[in-house]
Design a protein around this ligand. Structure first.
Ligand SMILES: Cc1cc2nc3c(=O)[nH]c(=O)nc-3n(C[C@H](O)[C@H](O)[C@H](O)COP(=O)(O)OP(=O)(O)OC[C@H]3O[C@@H](n4cnc5c(N)ncnc54)[C@H](O)[C@@H]3O)c2cc1C
Length: 409
């Protein structure tokens, strides 16, 4: 095993680092400074973040591992990991296009026809079409096979009825990829289809709603006898075969949980910031200034949290372990393997690691850091990690039954 990067990979890293440094500064300046940029989960912040997405695209960094013809730069998956490390190291903004680029696109590459790929992917990379995920329903979350939204075959297209919920950034997007029951006589995982729906289709209503943190990052999407024409998306609105929606959806969850949604770069950067926070607290404590916040923090660290340093080191090691594990995943994928049920174990790993990294920062900072300060938003969002992309309880069930082969009861 050779864990070193080649010269061309190191050159790729240097190019990415330089581009990010220059363009992040320019993007911040364009919006009146970093602090003037709102959360991408608000309407104002979303449109600010779109200017970043288009800058990434113009520079060829929106989807680095895609073919150039689709808006990528033909980079390898290893180079994509390098780019992600640099992206988070530079503290670049969350990708508001993530549900298209990191969830839908791998499935379009796997199941899309050439015509669908040629239409959907370049527009997605350029942030012209903005995709949201329409799977969960009020009565079908963990139990996704219980969905009741229907698509009925009619002349020239489909009639859609039903409701989706928890649609991330749905109120700001242009298109939805959703699961619908296309065989009315079917039950559970059978008879579902994976449809691509422009949100301006007549009969579709999108209603944004706020999260606990005040950002309006979710939407409910209602389908009321909506008519989805077969050519509403050039190349066709059906992704994969009619009735094969569950299989197509499982491909989306495999790449989402196993690789594309949360790359190691994100957690390596958080672990590095955590260690900086700890070191700053230690030096301030050693300085002896009685009024410095770090002095108070340092005292608290020594007197109240004797095992804190070891727990921080352990969290850093878990982030490093995730990096090494992901290199192995990418090596297996490059060798032709496909993501399977083991992606559930991966998802448990990164979501619990994110919670622990943020909890440790809050322990260092003390009371109040949950609601304000540089770690507060990240900590609040980390709490949703064990829920989105399928709850961790469900991932444990999947891992127990399908990876370890344990009996269902
Ligand atoms: C930040 C965020 C973004 C999201 N974005 C989207 C999106 O863009 N599109 C979309 O479609 N959905 C999205 N979701 C929804 C998400 O997929 C669901 O919240 C998730 O699947 C759980 O479904 P539920 O909320 O209905 O909870 P429920 O399914 O009602 O589960 C409630 C609790 O019961 C537990 N539970 C349920 N069944 C079992 C079981 N068999 N064994 C053990 N425990 C069980 C669950 O683990 C959970 O703790 C998002 C969620 C969050 C938090």
């Amino acid at each position: 095993m050779d864990l070193s990067w080649s010269e061309s990979e190191q050159a790729f890293r240097a190019e990415a680092r330089a581009w990010l440094e220059e363009n992040l500064a320019a993007w911040h300046a364009e919006h009146g400074g970093r602090d003037a940029i709102a959360s991408g989960d608000t309407r104002t912040g979303f449109s600010q973040h779109l200017t970043w997405e288009r800058r990434l695209h113009d520079g060829g960094w929106a989807a680095v591992s895609w073919p150039i013809a689709y808006g990528g730069r033909d980079a390898s998956l290893w180079e994509w990991l390098i780019f992600e490390e640099e992206y988070y190291r530079a503290d670049a903004p969350p990708r508001v296009t993530q549900n298209g680029i990191f969830l839908l696109a791998p499935t379009v590459f796997e199941f899309g026809t050439p015509a669908q790929q040629a239409h959907i992917l370049p527009r997605m990379a350029a942030a012209e079409d903005l995709w949201c995920q329409g799977w969960s329903e009020p009565d079908a979350g963990s139990d996704l096979a219980a969905i009741s939204s229907r698509a009925t075959r009619v002349d020239g297209g489909w009639r859609l009825d039903g409701q989706k919920t928890w649609t991330t950034r749905g109120a700001f997007c242009t298109h939805l990829f959703g699961l619908f029951r296309t065989d009315p006589a079917s039950e559970r995982h059978r008879g579902l289809s994976y449809l691509l729906v422009p949100l301006d289709t007549s009969g579709v209503t999108v209603q944004g709603f706020g999260r606990l943190d005040g950002d309006e990052g979710f939407a409910e999407v209602f389908f009321n006898d909506a008519f989805l024409t077969d050519d509403a998306v050039p190349g066709g609105v059906l992704l994969g075969d009619e009735g094969a929606g569950w299989r197509v959806a499982m491909a989306t969850t495999g790449s989402e949980r196993g690789l594309t949604l949360r790359s190691p770069g994100r957690f390596l950067a958080t672990a590095a910031r955590l260690i900086e926070l700890y070191s700053a607290a230690m030096s301030a404590a050693a300085d002896g200034s009685p009024t410095a916040p770090g002095q108070r923090m340092g005292r608290r660290l020594h007197s109240l949290r004797p095992g804190l340093r070891e727990r921080i080191a352990e969290a850093w090691m878990r982030a490093e372990a995730y990096r090494l594990f992901t290199l192995d995943t990418v090596t297996r994928l490059a060798g032709g393997a496909v993501m399977g049920a083991d992606s559930s174990i991966n998802k448990i790993w990164w979501s619990e690691l994110d919670c622990d990294l943020h909890d440790l920062a809050l322990e260092l900072l003390g009371p109040g850091a949950e609601v304000e300060g540089p770690w507060s938003k990240g900590w609040q969002f980390s709490l949703s990690g064990p829920i989105y992309a399928g709850t961790n309880e469900i991932q444990r069930n999947i891992a127990a039954e399908r990876v370890l082969g344990l009996p269902r009861r």
